[in-house]
Design a protein around this ligand. Sequence first.
Ligand SMILES: [Zn+2]
Ligand SMILES: [Zn+2]
Ligand SMILES: [Zn+2]
Length: 159
Amino acid sequence: MDDSNVIEALQRFADIDDPELDALKQCKTCERFLELRMFRRWNQSPDGHLYTCMECDGLHERLGNYHITVRQFILILQRQGWIDPVCGRLLTPATASVDHDHLCCKKDGSCGKCVRGALCVECNAGMGLLGDDPVRMLAGYKYLTQRYAVPPKEGYGRV
Ligand SMILES: [Zn+2]
Ligand SMILES: [Zn+2]
Ligand SMILES: [Zn+2]
């Protein structure tokens, strides 16, 4: 941690109770209305804060491997109503992960054409581990909703 990080951390600590930072401001990137404390300080803007919220700050870098723009990612999230379509949890620019079709692009990144949507980290990882295979997932649903199989009794199968 260099000095500027220490100062920023102390500033953020002081910001928690500052009622002036309860005011809402619209993020230029994600278009959400958020409390002013969600925007890093920047003395060159009229309200002393950046135009883009903290959650959007790192998006450009994070999307680098997926070949979609920050704007495209925000449009995906807006289209989904900021909800993970699988588990129904609320997503934010910081918690949403990019889901892509692994049949098209095997690795972590995407060519940009095979991005399917935004998911929470767990749903994205879970479906990835099941090979993005809908038949397998349906079989998993059937397995989980049937009665538990009772362990066979000793001597099971003998007459
Ligand atoms: Zn934002
Ligand atoms: Zn989820
Ligand atoms: Zn692809």
